[in-house]
Design a protein around this ligand. Structure first.
Ligand code: GYE
Length: 479
């Protein structure tokens, strides 16, 4: 159904029923992908003037799709349209075409048609995709039919084939409006209990603001508890939410382990749980979905930037690492990703590493302690967040060591403060971690309450900034 609709859409774009279409078959080994491809063939196959090429991709992610398309410029020359069986892959293809200067020549069609920021419908509105074919998950309808069956209503159909839609620029706004109405018609007020980590960083403050604003915008009643970095307090908060019988519980977990018991209590009470920003170690059936960044990738990006920008000559460069709080997923994973790249380049050495709990004071203290023990001999500071990096900068300056000059500093988050430090030349690079999770989270909450099936993970989109780009970007910083 979705594939054949994709086929119709491609026909419309080709106009003359001839030409070459490149099909990007994401996660090609899955049944879903094969079905979409078969549906597509059924339509396209009727026109002998249309030549089809298929590239099978192992997964459905954007970056590998970008890489695959980018290196094949020669083969793209004869292509008239690209059809990707998911929107992330379609976006990867579009970005590769843009970097090759071919985006005007080859329209890209995707599938899924999700309605969040930078998802299918939005990409159509941004003129990045020529169209997306929406894929209804059917969760809401399934629940409605289940209720009908329980109430012994007659006329429950045996099979329901849901409609998918072709969304193009001309109908995208109308489509979004219809979906919004669907939600409103649903009527009931949703309640969410949110256990927040604390107020340790600028990132966290921006994150809290984003969640509160989005709750208002989505008409969701929010109970937010600040745990002041204590897991005990978070567990207490979750229990209080269970007692309140909220519709959904959201946790931004201060550490990864120790959640199983309380999450089982939530499950027993029938309350779905979402992990926001950070992850945990627990059975996957205890958490409905995760929303947040790819922290391993952030660590890798930090070290890749160092490798490309800090020359070693014949010597070695010493790194001091400011870690977040012990046992938190961003701490563990930012370290892991960083070390994974570092290990390949023995001229960079991890000389010292300590926990600074993601706070300004924590960053200060690590550098102060280091300087108490020895002469300053560090070339690079890698900080798991901006606040600690800024704390470190203060201490370095007090000791006459020039941050950003005598020592290269790379941090994660890319808050406005970090941009200021970059434009002042004190911070060299900031790997972005987007705290504005509110809208995506509240959308997921609404979807969940409406009975929609949730993706396992929702990963945010991020970039790397340094002094060459900071000046241009600082004005756009929202946090
Ligand atoms: O980077 C840091 C904050 O969990 C991603 O926590 C978050 C991290 C963020 O305190 O600044």
């Amino acid at each position: 159904m979705i594939g054949s609709q994709g086929g119709e859409c491609v026909l419309e774009l080709l106009g003359e029923k001839e030409g070459t279409v490149l099909e990007l078959c994401a996660s090609y080994a899955t049944i879903q992908s094969q079905e979409r491809s078969a549906g597509f063939d059924e339509v396209i196959g009727q026109y002998p003037g249309i030549h089809k090429e298929t590239w099978n991709l192992e997964n459905d992610m954007k970056d590998p799709a970008y890489d695959r398309v980018y290196v094949k410029k020669d083969e793209l020359e004869k292509v008239d349209v690209i059809f990707a069986n998911n929107d992330a892959v379609a976006l990867g293809a579009y970005e590769a075409l843009t970097d090759l200067g071919m985006e005007k020549e080859i329209p890209v069609v995707g599938c899924d048609g999700y309605t969040g920021e930078n998802e299918g419908v939005d990409l159509v509105l941004q003129n990045k995709l020529a169209a997306t074919i929406s894929c209804p998950t059917g969760g809401k309808e399934a629940i409605q039919y289940a209720l009908n069956i329980l109430e012994e209503d007659s006329g429950v159909p045996k099979q329901v084939i849901l409609r998918s839609h072709t969304i193009q620029k001309k109908n995208a706004r109308e489509y979004l409006e219809r979906i919004r109405k669907d939600y409103e018609d649903n009527g009931e007020e949703i309640t969410v209990g949110y256990s927040q980590v604390g107020t340790e960083s600028q990132w966290r403050l921006a994150n809290t603001r984003s969640i509160k604003e989005a709750a208002e915008e989505f008409h969701i009643q929010l109970f937010m508890e600040d745990a002041n970095q204590s897991q005990e307090k978070q567990i207490e908060a979750i229990r209080s939410f269970i007692k309140k019988k909220v519709d959904v519980i959201v946790v931004s977990p201060v550490v990864e382990t120790g959640w199983t018991e309380v999450l089982k209590e939530a499950r027993a009470a029938g309350i779905p749980v979402v992990m926001s920003d950070r992850k945990i170690e627990a059975d996957s059936d205890l958490v409905n979905t995760y929303i947040g960044a790819d922290f391993v990738e952030e660590g890798k990006r930090a070290m890749r930037w160092i490798r490309e920008n800090v020359e070693t000559g014949d010597g070695t460069k010493k790194i001091l690492e400011l870690q977040g709080n012990k046992g938190a997923s961003p701490t563990e994973e930012r370290r892991k990703g960083f070390l994974e790249i570092l290990e390949k380049y023995p001229r960079y050495q991890m000389a010292y590493s300590a926990y600074g709990d993601f706070t300004y004071e924590g960053g200060k203290k690590i550098v102060e302690d280091y300087l108490k023990g020895q002469e300053w001999d560090i070339d690079i500071i890698y900080s798991h967040n901006d606040d600690m990096a800024l704390g470190a900068i203060e201490v370095l300056e007090e000791h006459g060591i020039r941050p950003g000059v005598d020592v290269t500093i790379v941090s994660v988050d890319a808050t406005r403060d970090a941009f200021e430090a970059m434009t002042e030349g004190k911070l060299n690079c900031a790997v972005e971690c987007n705290p504005l999770l509110g809208p995506q989270l509240m959308k997921a909450v609404r979807d969940m309450v409406a009975g929609k099936e949730m993706p396992l993970r929702i990963i945010t989109e991020e970039k790397v900034y340094d002094q060459t780009t900071a000046e241009k970007e600082i004005g756009k910083r929202k946090y």
